[in-house]
Write a protein that binds this ligand. Sequence first.
Ligand SMILES: Nc1nc2c(ncn2[C@@H]2O[C@H](COP(=O)(O)OP(=O)(O)OP(=O)(O)O)[C@@H](O)[C@H]2O)c(=O)[nH]1
Length: 624
Amino acid sequence: MAGFFKKIFSFGKKEVVEERIDETAPLPPIKWDQLDALKPAAEQAVPEFLKREQPAAEAAPATVPHPPREEVRPAPAEEPTPEPAPTIPPTPEPTVPAEPEPLPEPQPQEEPAPETPAESPAPDEVPPAVVPEPTPEPRPPEIPPAPSEPEIVPSRPERRPEPAPVEAPTLPVEVPAEVPAPIEVPPAAPVEVPPSAAAVEQPSKAVAAPHPPAGTFSPYRDGAKEGASAPSSPGLRGEHEGQRGLAVEATLEAPPAEIAPPIRQPAPVETQPVIAEVAPEPQPVPQPAREPKPVPGRVTVARKVEQKAEPQKAPEPAPRQTWFQRMRDGLARSSRELTGNIAGVFTKRKLDEETLQDLEDVLIRADLGVETALRVTDSLAASRYGKDVSDTDVRAVMAAEVEKVLAPVAKPLELDLSHKPHVILVVGVNGTGKTTTIGKLAAKLTDGGLSVMLAAGDTFRAAAIEQLKIWGERTKSPVIASKLGADAAGLAYDAFERAKEAGSDVLIIDTAGRLQNKTELMAELEKIVRVLGKLDPEAPHTVLQTVDATTGQNALNQVEIFRNIAGVNGLVMTKLDGTARGGILVAIAAKHKLPVYFIGVGEQVDDLEPFSASEFARAIAGVA
Ligand SMILES: Nc1nc2c(ncn2[C@@H]2O[C@H](COP(=O)(O)OP(=O)(O)OP(=O)(O)O)[C@@H](O)[C@H]2O)c(=O)[nH]1
């Protein structure tokens, strides 16, 4: 170690070098003799080389004489290892003996100091005196400055194709041979070296530290040299060779600017990444735009195939189900339940009293009502009693009887236009579809050429007012509305007058939804009817009640109350497209015998269908 330091100084500054050489004298303990024995012919060349350059560069004649080994050890190259680089120090780079020659570069005295630290790593040999020198030198070892690098080369035999230098690293003698190497060594060489994964990783450590900013460049070089030469002892060499080599590479490649890239390169080169890159990736080959494939039809073949211009049919939207299909789907649940139960009753059984009783129970549970249930059982008993009866027979009878019940109420809505306007009051429990039904009906009327005016009598709900206005816009029907919370009866009165003045054919008045058991609300509804009567004793001319088909038995009670309070004279069964419980309609019809003008089978404007007794009966009985 001591020997190294001495030389380093000589590189940086001749004078200093000599002095330290003296100090290091004690270091001799290094077993260079042994090393000499190992030296190949390369050594011989070395001495000569050293002799040449030293004198020239360093001008430190005393030391220059580089004796074959002895001098070599102390060889400036090794000493220069001063690689102050904090990280590098641990890796004693011994082999770089050649450095001394290139080192001739005069360096500030300060530099030597840093070298000592580098030596510190070299444990035993370094005399404390030498080490102490605190030189701020950055990370020299990595610096790849062109000139000095040749020396470093030896440490990395792999890179350099040069024969002698490769192995020589350990021996100072080899240094000369390396000198030329620097020139030849391509910057890429180090990258290729990737001998082993371990080596690759190491460089990152050693190199990373060294990378100094551009400003530190010059010292960096020195350090590199030193680092390469650092070979304090053979033993150390063996241990850290790998590291050294890496460091050297970095330095070789090294012009500061390049340093960064080389460091990273090694890793990828060695491992998979490189392979990945090499692997040919399917590159998107620009393909010429293809002519659209002709669609079925005529084509003309000239320079190329051309599609005959034919009117392309726009993709037709999926055909919407007919209202009957929607109603049927809506009644499916109750229908399946009903027909299934019927089938259960009539499986391999003759029609007897017990069977008839079971069938009656099934029909009543289906909301058809007692009256309708008895009609069906009586009809079956009259024609099939004591005979084998299938469920299909029973369903056919049921459909026929239900139709008989519904036929009287399945009437079209008739408007007496002698009244100007004909006033239609729409009532019902909240959410049963009053406003929606008004919109649908207005559409039908306006489509038929009638002038319609709408009155937003649901003054309790702002959304209801807005909803009616939307329907008014759609149907081009003026809407009479007041502020929220206004008196509904007063609004109805005003609307009636406005419709008279406007000469409207029809005035449709919306009302707030209310439960039939809310007396005050029902009283308000009664008031509306009374007020309208002041303008026309026969008004309202039509009172429609919307009944939610999914309601069930409660619908019977609703109709009862609204009929008594508001004089309901017609029904609209809504939401039959939902999970309807259609049986209740039959029960209502049978009990109240009120006309059922329409059925609602959806939320769209045209989802209001005239009520058909036969279709409804077949749908609920599950008859095709
Ligand atoms: N599926 C289906 N939905 C309907 C039908 N009629 C109305 N609706 C929906 O039922 C909901 C209530 O309808 P509305 O017209 O607001 O009922 P309303 O009786 O005016 O309600 P209130 O103003 O609260 O009393 C809305 O979402 C409607 O779109 C129908 O025939 N089929």
